[in-house]
Design a protein around this ligand. Structure first.
Ligand SMILES: CCCCCCCCCCCCCCCC(=O)SCCNC(=O)CCNC(=O)[C@H](O)C(C)(C)COP(=O)(O)OP(=O)(O)OC[C@H]1O[C@@H](n2cnc3c(N)ncnc32)[C@H](O)[C@@H]1OP(=O)(O)O
Length: 168
């Protein structure tokens, strides 16, 4: 378990969108997940989002791919906030243990598992309707630390769009 960066936000800190047009956390995306996150105890990130009709895969049930988005977002936030370095998802595995109905709220807890060079391992659990509710999903991910230029070279970002803390 790597120690958090000295500038990592304190437990209880509410985390706003890292980018307003992000499908996972942005507040300007119609049908987006609008995932909310805050810093938990022991270097965890607590995230939640409520499944709407825009997120269905079968009638009344969340689409698995959208649930994976929620974990990508929560795990990316865990890595970025705890290490205070930009990273991108290299690999994401998701175990779907229970169906997630429309109207339910998924409570996700993300944690860092290890760092090896530029590779960062993280995992998360997702519970239904309560932080202690039934376990619905589990995910593990490998993130790769990248330079800010990843987002300007391959995307259209001004570095300041990636996160308000980032200055060119
Ligand atoms: C102030 C700062 C922050 C503040 C706080 C911000 C909060 C911010 C919240 C963000 C929340 C967003 C959460 C969504 C995050 C996305 O969704 S990101 C979008 C999806 N991902 C991508 O588009 C990535 C696309 N892939 C790539 O760009 C490149 O393949 C990568 C991942 C950068 C790696 O390429 P590279 O830099 O050339 O590195 P490379 O040498 O190939 O790999 C490095 C190591 O990783 C390993 N590796 C790479 N890919 C894999 C893989 N798929 N499987 C296994 N191993 C792999 C390699 O084997 C290598 O291992 P070692 O040889 O070192 O042992």
């Amino acid at each position: 378990m790597p120690p958090p960066h000295p500038d990592a936000p304190e437990p209880g800190t509410r985390l706003g969108p890292h980018y307003h047009q992000c499908f996972g956390c942005g507040d300007e995306v119609e049908g987006g997940l609008r995932l909310h996150a805050e810093v938990g105890k022991d270097s965890t990130i607590l995230a939640e989002f409520t499944v709407t009709e825009a997120h269905q895969g079968a009638p009344g049930l969340a689409h698995g791919g959208l649930l994976a988005v929620a974990f990508d977002e929560a795990l990316g936030n865990t890595v970025g906030q705890m290490l205070r370095e930009p990273a991108v998802t290299g690999r994401l595995e998701t175990d779907f243990l229970r169906p997630v109905p429309v109207g339910s709220t998924l409570h996700i807890v993300g944690k860092l598992d290890g760092v090896a060079g530029r590779k960062v391992y993280a995992s998360a659990d997702g519970r239904l309707n309560d932080p202690d509710g039934p376990l619905a999903l589990r995910a593990r991910a490998l993130f790769v630390l990248v330079d800010f230029s990843h987002f300007t070279t391959h995307g259209t970002a001004d570095p300041r769009d990636v996160h308000p803390d980032i200055n060119p």
